[in-house]
Design a protein around this ligand. Structure first.
Ligand SMILES: Nc1ncnc2c1ncn2[C@@H]1O[C@H](COP(=O)(O)OP(=O)(O)O)[C@@H](O)[C@H]1O
Ligand SMILES: [Mg+2]
Length: 405
């Protein structure tokens, strides 16, 4: 039968001009070329790497682009988000899917392996040879043995194909919560493998640093840490000149203009934090489109900043909420936000003992929220988060002043 042309074939919606919130396409990955090259080189050499850093700075975007490059060079790749798995079996299935996708070209092939293992006919796209590697696994009913079998799949693929397999575990710290001694089990399997390189990513820096660099911990010295948040001595590792070039081009594509002074002002306001900066740009772009403005001005920037602040409320509230689970963290964070004396002397109305203040500061640094500038001087890594914290008090004040109806 002749295939009829589809006059109304669905057209995918164009991607947003400034992508915000998830992994970005290569063209929107600002200022990461040098880092990407190093990352790809290491993995290609078979080294394991650790990419730890605060949330929303582009770790996932980076590693997905690294995997795309490795695939173009003929290697096999697998990407597993550990946060997406709720139990051991789930993690194993994700890994199996990601590994098999190299052979089948389709996502979620492990379901097919299970069907074939149960004696059913495979679909046209998936052939027996594609999933042969996972058939035994598909019959495994014990969760622990299942996940261990899945951990050996990358090696099986490497052996079978003669190609290197690069596996990225995103939000790796979350894997440790899925089962007892999970990290020890993983290390035992990975260590024995040949032809497989691992990239570990994660945003809980404290946990990851301990896991990978403290003696006696499961992944001690297993991977090379590639510093992202301070690469090249730039904040968040991104050269401001790269932002300038990207933003000029990106606005110019839409016949809009942004000058260097505006880019400087923008980066001052966001501290160059990748997502915060993109969030303001997205707001700015829509604002200009709606008002017909052609050139970025300080006023437009101000309005866009406020819009972005509203949009960032959710991630910021999440950070803030987490700080609330520890004694004194919110209190010390507020002191930093207001530029208040950190270690107020006894009798100054200080309620936080000095050792507790120090402990809190270290915890905030560990979370990538705060940096130490010098003796007793601290600042927020993300200026917009600092602004959010300052405004929390204003909101309380306003609520107190405005009488309830
Ligand atoms: N190099 C970059 N250039 C431009 N925007 C970026 C960059 N890295 C991150 N972003 C912005 O941050 C958002 C979150 O990126 P993501 O890769 O998910 O970060 P992470 O994995 O560190 O949380 C992206 O949607 C994008 O708006
Ligand atoms: Mg991520």
């Amino acid at each position: 039968m002749a295939v009829m042309p589809r006059p109304f074939a669905p057209v995918p919606a164009p991607p947003p001009h400034f992508p915000v919130g998830g992994p970005v396409p290569a063209a929107d990955l600002v200022g990461r070329e040098g880092y990407l090259r190093r990352l790809v080189e290491r993995l290609e050499d078979g080294q394991h790497v650790l990419v730890a850093g605060p949330r929303r700075i582009g770790k996932t975007s980076l590693v997905l682009e690294a995997l795309r490059r490795l695939r173009r060079r003929g290697q096999h790749t697998a990407y597993v988000d550990c946060l997406g798995a709720t139990d051991l079996r789930g993690l194993g299935e994700r890994l199996a899917d990601a590994v098999l996708q190299n052979l089948t070209g389709v996502e979620r092939t492990f379901e097919q392996a299970k069907a074939i293992a149960a004696g059913m006919r495979p679909t046209v796209k998936v052939r027996y040879e594609h999933v042969e590697l996972a058939l035994q696994l598909a019959r495994e009913t014990n969760a622990q043995r299942f996940v261990e079998g899945a951990l050996d799949l990358p090696q099986a693929l490497a052996k079978r194909s003669g190609k290197r397999v690069v596996v990225a575990f995103d939000e790796f710290q979350a894997a440790g919560r899925l089962g007892p001694r999970m990290f020890d089990v993983m290390r035992a399997h990975f260590q024995a493998q040949r032809g497989v390189a691992y990239a570990f990513l994660g945003s809980e820096q404290g946990i990851l640093e301990e896991l990978f660099s403290a003696k006696g911990h499961a992944f001690y010295r297993f991977a090379v840490p590639l510093d992202l948040s301070d690469a090249g001595g730039h904040r968040f590792g991104i050269d401001p000149d790269d932002w300038l070039e990207y933003l000029r081009g990106k606005f110019a594509e839409k016949k809009l203009a942004i000058d260097e002074a505006s880019v400087d002002r923008l980066l001052d306001a966001t501290g160059g934090h990748p997502q915060d900066t993109m969030q303001v740009c997205a707001a700015l772009y829509y604002l200009m489109r709606d008002t017909g403005a052609r050139t970025v001005t300080a006023d437009l920037l101000g309005v866009a900043y406020e819009q972005a602040m509203r949009e960032l409320e959710r991630p910021f509230a999440l950070h803030w909420g987490e700080l609330g689970t520890h004694k004194y963290l919110q209190q010390v964070t507020k002191r930093i936000a207001h530029g208040a004396v950190l270690y107020a002397a006894e009798g100054d109305g200080a309620t936080v003992p000095r050792p507790e203040v120090l402990r809190a500061l270290r915890a905030l640094e560990e979370r990538g929220l705060v940096v130490r500038l010098g003796r007793g001087r601290y600042d927020f890594v993300e200026p917009m988060f600092g602004e959010y914290v300052r405004r929390l008090d204003e909101a309380v004040l306003v609520a107190a002043i405005v009488p309830k109806r």
